[in-house]
Design a protein. Structure first.
Length: 451
């Protein structure tokens, strides 16, 4: 606020800035030196501000000073993000499964060793008659008499074996009335389930789902197969005429019956037996094992091929274990030695798993075939193509065993695993290409960030 005062010589009213208080200045009118008094404190200026106090003291109106131009805003410098240090970045890696998981399915080859031994090394001759005679010769006389009377009256093999000491032939491992084969099934289930869990350790399949798939095929799947076989046997010697749909269904069951009879008839040669085993046993069993796989493929379109593959292995193993239980109860207990149980509960289970695992991979590779189907009839050809190779290998293997061509049966078993290895390596190759492309994209991103 300016200081107002008067010249002591001429009386002229003067004003001076606050900074001149206490200094001597010349009067603008008379030129006499005059001391500028100190600024007086105005209470109004404190309450209302300097502009109101100045107007009150001077009584004059003052023009507001012109607005000062807005300050020039200087651009704020943009701080560049620090470039990442190369040493701080994680190493470039591709998302590939570890070596042990990638090749873990080769353990299925080890499961074939008991089968190879039984086909190539173990005695292949049928010594049942000699063992039966030896068992009877060592049995008490009353046992021999009861056995011969029961045999003459047409008793079943089960009834005859029940009459023998310990209810088994000489050299048999288990009694005819034993439940030990259920324990073998439990051990086989545990071993294969652990194997599948290691395969699915990357999260491609849930343990509960894998266990459920095997249980489903071992119970509902095998039960359905037995029902189909029973209905097919009822069509023998019959012919129906009537509704076209009923006639088609009847013809399908009659064809299944013909195929099973052609497969099991000991008088049939290699070719007719092969047709029967392929179009009867192979077709029906591979279809039963593939039912959960078709559902998985339809419901989990975004799933990985490994998940479907493990489901296929589990479904085949469940079927193989259930089949081993039935064979043990009907044909092995009280009759066969321990070797056949090892072959049945290990090698045959692994072989069924290999066939259904191949179906699972083929189904994954050919999913578009089923996407194009508009009616249920359109699913027949793709389904036969998906299960075709395992179905043929299955039929050829059973035919070789029936014709006592053990070397050919072993070749078919090895070829079955070779087919599975070929399919899996094909998909692993695709995964490698995708993993390398992803790693290359990450490399380019890092290179751009470092530049």
């Amino acid at each position: 606020m300016p200081i107002s005062f008067k010249c002591s010589a001429c009386g002229r009213a003067l004003k001076a800035p606050d900074a001149a208080a206490g200094r001597t200045v010349k009067c603008l009118a008379c030129g006499e030196p005059i001391a500028v008094p100190a600024a007086e404190i105005d209470p109004l200026a404190i309450l209302l501000g300097s502009d109101a106090a100045s107007n009150h003291n001077s009584g004059e109106e003052h023009e507001e000073p012109p607005e000062s131009p807005p300050p020039v805003r200087r651009p704020v410098p943009v701080r560049e993000k620090p470039k990442p240090a190369l040493a701080s970045l994680p190493p470039l890696t591709s998302n590939e499964p570890p070596f042990w998981r990638r090749h873990l399915h080769w353990l299925l080859v080890l499961a074939m060793l008991p089968l190879a031994y039984s086909l190539l090394v173990a005695k292949s001759g049928d010594d049942l008659e000699s063992r039966l005679n030896e068992t009877l010769s060592e049995a008490p006389l009353e046992v021999q008499i009861r056995f011969l009377q029961a045999a003459e009256s047409g008793a079943s093999p089960d009834e005859l074996i029940e009459l023998l000491p310990e209810k088994r032939l000489k050299g048999a491992w288990l009694s005819r009335s034993t439940w030990a084969h259920w324990g073998l099934a439990a051990v086989a289930t545990a071993l294969f389930l652990v194997f599948f869990m290691f395969l699915a350790s990357d999260g491609s399949a849930q343990p509960s789902h894998v266990a459920f798939v095997g249980l489903f095929t071992a119970t509902i799947g095998v039960g359905t197969l037995l029902l189909v076989q029973g209905i097919a046997s009822l069509t023998e010697g019959r012919l129906v005429v009537g509704n076209i749909v009923f006639m088609v269904i009847f013809s399908i069951f009659k064809f299944i019956s013909f195929s099973y009879n052609a497969a099991l008839d000991p008088e049939n040669g290699f070719l007719l037996s092969f047709v029967g085993f392929t179009l009867g046993v192979g077709l029906c069993e591979e279809l039963v094992k593939s039912v959960p796989l078709f559902r998985h493929s339809r419901k989990n379109r975004a799933g990985t091929w490994r998940g479907l593959f493990i489901w296929g292995l589990a479904s085949g193993a469940g079927f193989g274990i259930a089949e081993s239980l039935m064979y043990s109860n009907r044909h092995y207990n009280g009759i066969m030695g321990p070797g056949i149980y090892l072959v049945r509960f290990v090698s045959c289970v692994a072989l069924h798993a290999i066939w259904s695992g191949s179906v699972a991979i083929t189904l994954y590779l050919r999913r578009e075939w089923f996407d194009k189907a508009e009616r249920w009839r359109d699913l027949l050809a793709p389904t036969l193509l998906v299960i075709g190779v395992p179905m043929i290998l299955h039929g050829l293997y059973d035919t070789s065993l029936k014709r006592n061509m053990n070397w050919l049966a072993l070749v078919v078993a090895v070829a079955s695993f070779g087919w599975l290895a070929f399919l899996s390596s094909r998909l692993y190759g695709r995964d490698d290409v995708s993993a390398n492309e992803e790693m290359l994209r990450e490399y380019r991103r890092r290179k751009k960030a470092m530049s």
